[in-house]
Design a protein around this ligand. Structure first.
Ligand code: COA
Length: 164
């Protein structure tokens, strides 16, 4: 039986931090589904379709990764795709409380899957999608934080926003 894991997130947009996590998680499971969710606590910059496009482009060389989106509870999605695990990244101690709360809530809702935490590479431990968006809005250099394809999309997005 294939061991399928789900890596859920907002990915608004995907950063080198997320990519580092994907690269490490693919080696641990037979199949990895990178699943874009709408986090109701965040107002998104990119549409779900735009986020999927970027992730698809950046993961096209992996033969055991699929990209998907879901609009339901994570536990229900995990059950639907027959996954055994959820993978999440921990950047710093400050992530722990939020991740702990989510993992325990999910376990309460469905005990049949585990949440596995991977430590983010230290070079990316301070990156966040919000930080990247803020930097680009004020003309900062984001080349160390996101791949070229994402940087291009961000520039287009902020250009369009300013034109309105
Ligand atoms: N390196 C660097 N940065 C990272 C990272 C890594 N490895 N992993 C995450 N980040 C950053 C992201 O850029 C993001 O930054 P931001 O807050 O500025 O946007 C932040 O850490 C975490 O975001 P991300 O991992 O993309 O997603 P999220 O925390 O918004 O995702 C869901 C939360 C989608 C998993 C959660 O809302 C969910 O499960 N939703 C479905 C509905 C549900 O079941 N709700 C009940 C949950 S108990």
């Amino acid at each position: 039986m294939k061991r399928i894991a789900v890596y859920p997130g907002s990915f608004d947009p995907i950063t080198f931090g997320h990519i580092d996590l994907i690269e490490r998680a693919v080696g641990l499971f037979d199949w990895l589904i990178v699943a874009v969710a709408h986090n109701i606590q965040k107002s998104g910059l990119f549409t779900i379709e735009e986020r999927l496009d970027m992730i698809r482009e950046l993961t096209k060389d992996f033969d055991n990764v699929t990209i998907d989106a879901f609009d339901c509870l994570l536990v229900d999605y995990v059950k639907r795709v027959n996954a055994c695990c959820v993978v999440r990244g921990l950047r710093a101690f400050s992530d722990f409380e939020y991740e702990f709360q989510m993992a325990l809530t999910n376990r309460k809702l469905n005990e049949s899957h585990e949440t596995i935490f991977l430590m983010t590479h230290e070079s990316y431990s301070f990156i966040s999608s919000s930080l990247v968006k803020e930097l680009i809005e004020f003309g900062g250099d984001i080349s160390a934080f996101v791949p070229k394809v994402v940087e291009k999309r961000l520039r287009e997005k902020f250009y369009v926003h300013r034109e309105r």
